[in-house]
Each structure stands twice: as C-alpha cells, then as structure tokens.
Design a protein around this ligand. Structure first.
Ligand code: B12
Length: 490
C-alpha cells in the first residue's frame, strides 16, 4: 500500500481566460471533482489517499509542505487544466524538490498536449483518459520501484528522452468501471457557488461530451459517455446521507440532452424523497415544460443556459442553433414553472462591433433571467474555433503557452471588429448594467435565503463596483466607428 497525496493548488485568474478577474474570483469555492475521482481510483487499488484543496482551506506552499511531510506520500498527484498549467506545474516542481517523490498529472491538458506536459519540469508521469487501468498500474510500478514506461494510459519519457504513450484500452463506458468520487476526503461543508443557497453544496458530473456542436465550446470534442441512472442516484444518495449535501450543481454540458434519462433521474429523486435542491446547465430547446415541471418537483431550482448573442450571423457561424424567439419562449416557460434562469452571454463573437456589443447587453437586460454571465469569446483549447484560430494565426496559442514559448497575454481575436480593451470595457459595462438596476437589486434581495448567501452577494456586488469603478470608459462612451480598421490585428 502506498500513500498518495492529491494536491489542488490555488486557482488564480489569468489574463487569457474568458471571464473578468472579479468574476473568476467570486465564482465560488468548488470541489476538485477530478481529483476526487482519481483519489477513489487509488483507494480502490488499496492505497491511502489524501486530498489537499488549498483553495477552500486557504493554504500556501509552506503549510502544504508541512502537511505532506507528516503524511509522507510516495507520490504527488495533480489535475492539469491548460489555463492553470504553469501555476500547477510550479507547485509540482517545488513539492517534488522538497519531498523527493514522483509527480503524476492527469486531466484535460495531458490529453490535449501530452508532449509539452511531460517535457515540463516537475512532471514525471501523465495519465490519459479516465486512468481506470493506467493509474493503479502506475502506482503499483512506483511502489515496486519498476519502470512505468509503456504502461496503459501512462505518458512518460524513456531513458533516451523520447515520449512514450502506453496503449489506451477503449472502454465502452468508463463510468461502469469508475468508483464514486472520494468526497469523504473533501471538506464538504466549506464549498459554495456564487448562487448556491444551501449547505452542504457540491458539484457533480453525470455525463461527458455534448451532442450539440457549438464551435466555440471544447466539450463536443470529448467522447460522450453517460453515467447510468442507478449510479447517478447512488452518488446523490451518498452525498445526501453521508456528506450532508443539500444542494448540487450538475456540471454536465447539457443535463437534459437525453430527455428519457433526465426524466428517470428526476423521477427517482422524487421517489427517494431526498432533501436536495439542484441546478444544471442545458441547451435552449432541449427541454419542454413537462420535463421542467418534473425537474422542479425533484428539486431543480436553476438552469444555466448558453444564450450567447442575439446576432444572427454570429449564431450561424458558431453553429449555435437558437433564435432570440426560441430563447424568449424557453425563458417564459421557466418563469411559469418557477425555475430560475442564468444566461451565459459572449462578447467578441464573429463580426462583433460596438453596436452589436451594445445590442447584446440590451438583449440580456430585456430577457426574463435571474443572473447573467458575460464572457469574451476565446479560442478554447480543443474547440473548433481553436482549430480555426491555429489555421488563421499560424500558431497554436495554447501549445505555445504550455510549451513555455513566449505568447501575448491574450490569444488574438481575429473575428471581432473591436479591440480587446473595448471588449473588456463592454463586458464590465454589461455587468454594471445588469446587476445594478434598482429593480434587479430588489428582486435579488427578495430571493435571499440565508445570511451566508446575503453576505456573499453583498461582497460580490461591492467587489464588482470597486473593480469597475475606474475602467477606461472612453471606448464605451465614445465607441468610435465600426470599421475593420478598428480591429486589433492578430
Ligand atoms: C466540473 C468541472 C470543474 C469543477 C471541478 C474541477 C476539477 N478539476 O475537478 C470546477 C468548477 C472547480 C472547475 C474549475 C475549473 N475549470 Co473546469 N470543468 C469541469 C467540467 C465541467 C467537468 C470535469 C469533470 O469532473 N469531468 C468528469 C470527470 C470524470 O472527468 P475528468 O475531469 O476528465 O477527470 C477524469 C480524468 O481526466 C482523470 N483525471 C483528471 N485529473 C486527474 C489527476 C490524476 C492524478 C489522475 C490520475 C487522473 C486524473 O481522472 C478522472 C476520472 O477518470 C469540465 C468540462 C467537461 N465537461 O469535462 C470543465 C473544464 C475541465 N474546466 C475548465 C476550466 C478552464 C476550469 C478552470 C480553469 C476555470 C477557472 N477559471 O477557474 C478551473 C480550473 C480547475 C483545475 N485546476 O482543474 C476547462 C478546461 C480547459 C482547459 N483546457 O484548460 C473545461 C474543459 C471546461 C471548458 N471551459 O472547456 N471545473
């Protein structure tokens, strides 16, 4: 039996991300689900696991080092996103140096950029896909002092410095072999999201991939697997009974994508009489009133919808098959049923001008939604737009970033016709215009259910005001001409 420490370093906003800094920072404190899955795989193989979530516990490197010295791990494990790549690998490097044990990285970035990942200092081994066969095999090899090069799903360098990717056994449905995430290793009472209302709160994912093909999103490129309903219910029941969880945010790209399955899950939640409220993400047009009523009865309180933009041409180019009429219809239906709506909007879509950005904000203000999130459109790693971006700019921004090559602070946006600075200002203005309406504030106050929630909302409102108090408003007040010369050239 080996001791494995799973470390979740501090999440920090990076300039190249789609959200404003203040939004990223106030999004909440959510559990590291991927690490909880990986830790469950380690425990299933008979090892002792510990997760250190530095975000929720507010720990710095020296304290983590101290705790690890006590735990005496045989290996250190991390999840690597592209965005957090350098921050995470800096922690890997530092902890490997001070503890002298190998480091293992799994997660989306290893999948996207295995070569750059494995050649980064501080990373000893990578795990691809779900790691069901590979992770236990790798831990066993480390424990027994064997060379793991060539093991299934393992990415490693051979003695000659060549990258070797072990064979990947295509699983029909990895969920059938995945244990439930090890939430018993997490401080479940500490987590919350910006809009959560109850504690304990957690996030859950019941499917991977997405049947929609929106070109700006990275999720459609991932294989589609559905966790069987019985397993989903078992996970929810465990959350409820063992971890005192009373609110769940489902992070599936579209929880209602498979209507039959969604209906079954809702019906089972009703039958099992669990005291759970939940929210999820869904595509416009994918759920009807009947299904939403059942969801509401089973505890659904909010649905997040990708509304993005009212601009018809951009919607077609991005393969986002919704019309503003459909959006309104769906939102009115949600009002009738009594489920809150959060709309995601993007600024900087193809052909974006000052006039269209203003239209998007007015559109958001005119919709019956309870929350809105405004982001810049960026070429998310793994999305169609990203592939197009590589062709248009002749370089892969993210590959260069993780490969340690110099990159500008933001990936150039060759689609939008207004500058990055102006886009940022429009995004700030969108938040101010949406959240600081007296009518909105009154409604938000009426919605509050606890002092904890009230405190979080006031703090976020205060921080937003402070962050947006002194933006360069010139580009918003005097937007200038909508001409191609106005564009920031890539
Ligand atoms: C839930 C979720 C979260 C949760 C939990 C995050 C976590 N890492 O656990 C929260 C809300 C906290 C979160 C935060 C962030 N997320 Co997130 N998140 C997701 C989401 C929706 C599902 C991930 C998931 O749990 N899938 C289900 C499990 C079963 O699959 P998995 O994550 O791939 O994990 C399996 C394997 O990959 C592997 N594995 C993963 N890590 C490790 C580690 C080891 C050691 C081993 C052995 C195996 C292993 O084992 C797992 C089980 O088999 C994905 C999108 C998606 N649908 O995949 C985005 C996604 C991964 N997130 C993304 C981003 C950008 C972020 C943030 C940077 C956002 C921010 N600005 O703060 C942070 C970064 C967090 C981090 N350091 O990883 C991007 C990543 C893009 C990229 N290439 O960088 C994605 C792809 C969404 C998107 N925008 O396209 N996220």
């Amino acid at each position: 039996m080996a001791r494995i420490a799973f470390i979740y370093p501090p999440l920090m906003h990076e300039t190249f991300e789609e959200n404003l800094k203040v939004v990223d920072e106030d999004f909440g404190c959510l559990p590291p689900l991927s690490l909880a899955y990986a830790a469950a795989l380690a425990e299933q193989a008979g090892h002792e696991a510990r997760i250190i979530d530095t975000n929720v516990l507010r720990l710095g490197l020296p304290e983590v080092e101290r705790q690890l010295r006590e735990f005496r791990p045989h290996a250190l494990a991390f999840t690597l996103s592209t965005y957090m790549f350098h921050r995470t690998t800096a922690w890997m490097k530092a902890l490997r140096a001070s503890l002298g044990v190998p480091t293992i990285a799994g997660g989306i970035n290893v999948q996207l950029y295995p070569e750059e990942t494995i050649r980064t200092e501080g990373v000893d081994y990578g795990i691809l896909h779900f790691g069901i066969a590979g992770f236990p095999a790798l831990l066993k090899a480390i424990e027994e002092g064997r060379d793991p090069v060539g093991l299934p799903e393992v990415v490693a360098l051979d003695p000659r410095g060549r990258m070797v990717i072990g064979p990947v056994d295509p699983q029909p449905n990895p969920y059938l072999a995945l244990p439930l995430p090890a939430r018993h290793l997490l401080p479940n009472h500490r987590y919350y999201s910006i809009i959560s209302q109850r504690r304990n709160f957690t996030v859950m994912v019941t499917s991977t991939g997405c049947p929609a093909r929106c070109r700006y999103c990275a999720i459609p490129s991932r294989p589609r697997y559905l966790n069987p309903v019985d397993r989903v219910i078992a996970e929810i029941r465990q959350c409820h009974d063992v971890h005192g969880i009373r609110e769940i945010d489902f992070f599936d790209a579209d929880f209602f994508a498979d209507r039959r399955r969604a209906r079954l899950i809702c019906q089972r939640l009703i039958d099992e009489k669990l005291d759970i409220e939940w929210s999820c993400r869904a595509s416009i047009g994918r759920f009807n009133e009947d299904l939403l009523r059942l969801a509401q009865q089973s505890g659904c309180r909010a649905v997040y919808l990708g509304i993005e933009t009212p601009e018809k041409e951009a919607l077609v180019l991005l393969k986002k098959n919704v019309s503003p009429d459909q959006v309104r219809e769906q939102l009115q239906m949600m009002r009738r049923v009594g489920v809150r709506a959060l709309g995601f909007f993007m600024l900087g879509v193809p052909g974006e001008t000052h006039a269209s950005a203003a239209r998007t904000i007015r559109y958001a203000l005119g919709l019956p939604i309870d929350y809105a999130q405004f982001s810049r459109m960026i070429p998310k790693p793994g999305s169609d737009i990203h592939r197009e971006h590589v062709e248009q700019t002749g370089s892969d921004y993210w590959r260069d970033l993780v490969g340690g090559r110099p990159v500008p602070p933001r990936a150039p946006n060759p689609w939008s016709r207004i500058s990055e600075e102006a886009l940022e200002n429009w995004t700030k203005l969108a938040y101010l215009a949406f959240y600081y309406r007296p009518s909105y504030i009154l409604k938000a106050l009426a919605r509050l259910r606890s002092t904890d929630e009230a405190w979080r909302s006031f703090r976020t409102m205060g921080r937003m005001l402070k962050a947006f108090a002194a933006p360069d408003r010139r580009s918003v007040i005097d937007p200038g001409p909508d001409t191609p010369q106005d564009a920031r050239t890539p």
